[in-house]
Design a protein around this ligand. Sequence first.
Ligand SMILES: Cc1cc2nc3c(=O)[nH]c(=O)nc-3n(C[C@H](O)[C@H](O)[C@H](O)COP(=O)(O)OP(=O)(O)OC[C@H]3O[C@@H](n4cnc5c(N)ncnc54)[C@H](O)[C@@H]3O)c2cc1C
Length: 431
Amino acid sequence: MTDYLVETDPGYDVERFGYNLSVEHRPEVVVPAASVDDVIAAVRHAALNGLGVAVQATGHGPSRSADGQILITTSRLDGITIDPVARTARVEAGVRGGALVRAAAEHGLAPLNGSSPEVGVVSYHLGGGLGILGRSLGWAVDHVRAIEIVTADASLRRVTATEHPDLFWALRGGGKGNFGVVTALEIDLHPITRMYGGGMHFAADTASDALRVWAEWTRTVPESMSSSVLLLRLPDRYLLHVRFAYTGSVSEGERLVRPFRELGPITDTVVEMPYSAVGTIHAEPTTPVAFHARNTMLESLDPLAIKELLRHAGPSADAPYLVELRHTGGALGRPGLVPSALGRRDGQYVLYAGAAASPAQLPELRGAFARLFTAMSPWSTGGVCVNFLSGPDISAVELATGYLPGDFDRLAAVKHAVDPHDMFRTHHGRA
Ligand SMILES: Cc1cc2nc3c(=O)[nH]c(=O)nc-3n(C[C@H](O)[C@H](O)[C@H](O)COP(=O)(O)OP(=O)(O)OC[C@H]3O[C@@H](n4cnc5c(N)ncnc54)[C@H](O)[C@@H]3O)c2cc1C
């Protein structure tokens, strides 16, 4: 086999830890892949020795531990090739969203990236890809043209709508760590260079009003306006952060965000900006933590729902987690041109709650999550946003709610055909 690391090697720890420390991998072998041949060699070795194979790009979305398996890390597969005429990018497995945004911007183009520049492009797409421009351009996964993947038989396949179409369907929405090691994606880029975007912070005294205004406002804004809200209790204060990304004119953008300015935010960074600055809007933390989260899709956010949410996570509550609401709908509610496993597209918002927690704090956090999500269940579609599921708590039953009835079984059938011995077993779909 190619170069690899075992527990006693220096470098083993650096390679096995990723961003989210809620899952600790103790693999038998770590393979820091620097080429597709390295991936093929690792898969062949796993097949010969009956080992499982897990993949890690950045560790932002781990499922369960890869103990005793081969862990292939992909950060060295960092190639990006842009075709500015066809408006496509070929992106290797270790590329992060921020690197792709920067490379595309050099050609006046943009990918359908998510909020964090640190997240891996490949897995973000395999889980659907709820992007900053999603409401106007749809799920990122609908803009995947081709997938290069090393499957359990140690062969490299190119998978498209016409080559291995069942696998193409399954990988797009159901492909995280499940069917093989995706070595590269070919995706569409979009001619977007500027936007009116940024965020506004509200202090405790205006936070509840800002949330009420946002919920009402999201019912009328155009699809070219994407937004989200973060409810955050810091040790010394409470903050609500409203984030905007609008691809229409600056004057129309100013008009659209005026109701929030009139509430008196304590910070306001909403300006015309190059699209390449998109990662500054959410400005998510980058220090590794043991993070636990739950989510559900909401059908609506009526005044009663807001009241309930504030009761659990508002300025006078003592929530041990942060809450984020992302406005979905628009193009995110419509089917893609080529059907994919990401068929469930109902709901108008993602409700997400998360917190860093030590093992000792987990029972209390789980209880608090349960109270919040039970209280909000009258507004839930019963579904989840697959990409926001991470950590060891996620069950196959919960994962299945992210898909249309029947599609989860179809995913299992594709899995059986492509990976009959369950080599790729470190994913949420395991019962
Ligand atoms: C701060 C933060 C912000 C986020 N923002 C968004 C957002 O705006 N929109 C959105 O849709 N999602 C978002 N996510 C979720 C994120 O897209 C998923 O967690 C994604 O799976 C992370 O991929 P990764 O490669 O960075 O992480 P990893 O933990 O390295 O990978 C996640 C899983 O994907 C699988 N995987 C990784 N690489 C491959 C590969 N090459 N082939 C096959 N399987 C692979 C592995 O099984 C792994 O367990 C966010 C997550 C975080 C932590």
